[in-house]
Design a protein around this ligand. Structure first.
Ligand code: ACO
Length: 327
């Protein structure tokens, strides 16, 4: 008999209403729609309102995922939130979401793995469900990146957007997670970070003046790592599943730059039609990107029962990873 697998039984997403286009950005920094679209593939992104924090976006995505899974919040025993834009340094954003959605019996915590956060969180939840510690888990990737973006820095402010995606996980009879591969490289911590606001450099007049509470990125260096490591992660996870690219219906990747995804597709030998893309509409939403992309493949009926999909991501840390799922 087949080993019991853990599957995704409901998905949800929330994208804030406000749209910021490349033309809007032209009025804010020295950039053009043409530069942004050709260098990144991004046309527009969503921006949360002043009243919305990461937990507000995450709670809305979670509620939709629960509805689609046919579960009540009280049935959730584990709630993991992946975010690099928590409401506060503490308590965890997961606890804020718990209060909002009334998942009163859930164990709640955050994980910080940047753009790979949703895939890391899926894997953590899978372990707890596989060993029968819990029956139902909720995994959320939520980001308000607009809050840590330096709107005076044209090299980063054109790239990011806000949003949230959520998935409900439990053991399933058919389909489910077949294999995963996760990795990290702390030698590269300086490539993408927020220097101030933590215990290394607490908030001060100096940190504010120097704009050190905003995200700083070495884009070109990250680009090279992203192509190599996303390709490697997808191949290693497929290898562990005993599958190859020709078995894959859709590769559902983190959406940082369309050129990264074109290079990954070429490297692993997958046609671009098999790579799910929504970067044009949302930009890079860090931990929410892969979760929202998965949500859309389900919503737009791009995948059906029995299809093989590969979630793959790469982000600050560095962190990277992939998960192979039979839908
Ligand atoms: N508009 C116009 N010109 C710009 C802009 C802009 N918005 N931004 C940069 N430029 C200029 C630069 O100043 C530079 O000009 P110069 O040649 O006169 O010096 C020129 O464009 C080229 O800049 P590069 O930085 O070399 O451009 P590149 O082709 O590398 O693209 C980008 C930059 C889009 C950031 C790309 O490197 C990238 O996508 N990197 C990866 C990002 C990533 O994967 N992040 C990791 C995950 S995110 C996470 O964990 C939250």
């Amino acid at each position: 008999m087949r080993e019991e697998r853990v599957g995704i039984v409901g998905v949800g997403a929330y994208l804030p209403e406000r749209i910021l286009t490349n033309y809007d950005l032209e009025k804010m920094v020295d950039t053009t729609d043409d530069w942004i679209i050709t260098r990144t593939g991004i046309r527009e992104r969503r921006i949360a309102s002043d009243r919305e924090a990461a937990s507000d976006l995450g709670a809305k995505a979670a509620e939709e995922a629960l509805k689609n899974a046919g579960l009540t919040p009280a049935e959730i025993e584990l709630l993991i939130c992946a975010t690099i834009t928590p409401d506060m340094l503490f308590p965890s954003t997961a606890c804020f979401i718990q209060r909002k959605i009334k998942a009163k019996d859930a164990v709640c915590f955050d994980i910080s793995a940047a753009c790979t956060g949703y895939i890391y969180a899926l894997n953590i939840a899978e372990q707890f469900l596989k060993n029968n510690t819990y029956k139902n888990a909720l995994v959320i990737g939520t980001e308000k990146l607009s809050a840590i973006t330096d709107w005076k820095d044209r090299s980063t402010c054109v790239l990011f957007g806000d949003g949230a995606g959520a998935s409900v996980l439990r053991k399933v009879k058919n389909g489910g997670i077949i294999s995963s591969y996760l990795a990290s490289d702390g030698e590269q911590v300086d490539l993408l970070k927020i220097p101030a606001g933590g215990s290394r450099m607490p908030a001060s007049f100096y940190t504010l003046k120097e704009r050190l509470h905003f995200l700083k990125m070495e884009g070109t260096e990250l680009f090279k790592h992203a192509v190599k490591l996303m390709a490697e992660a997808a191949e290693k996870a497929l290898n562990r599943a005993g599958l190859s690219c020709k078995d894959v219906t859709y590769l559902i990747p983190h959406q940082a730059n369309i050129r990264i995804l074109q290079a990954v597709a070429k490297k692993i030998g997958l046609p671009m039609e098999k790579i799910y893309l929504n970067i044009e509409k949302y930009g890079n939403m860090s931990s929410a990107s892969t979760a929202v992309a998965l949500y859309e493949t389900v919503k737009f009926k791009k995948i059906k029962k029995g299809d093989i999909i590969v979630l793959v991501a790469f982000g600050s840390g560095l962190t990277w990873g992939a998960t192979v799922i039979e839908w």
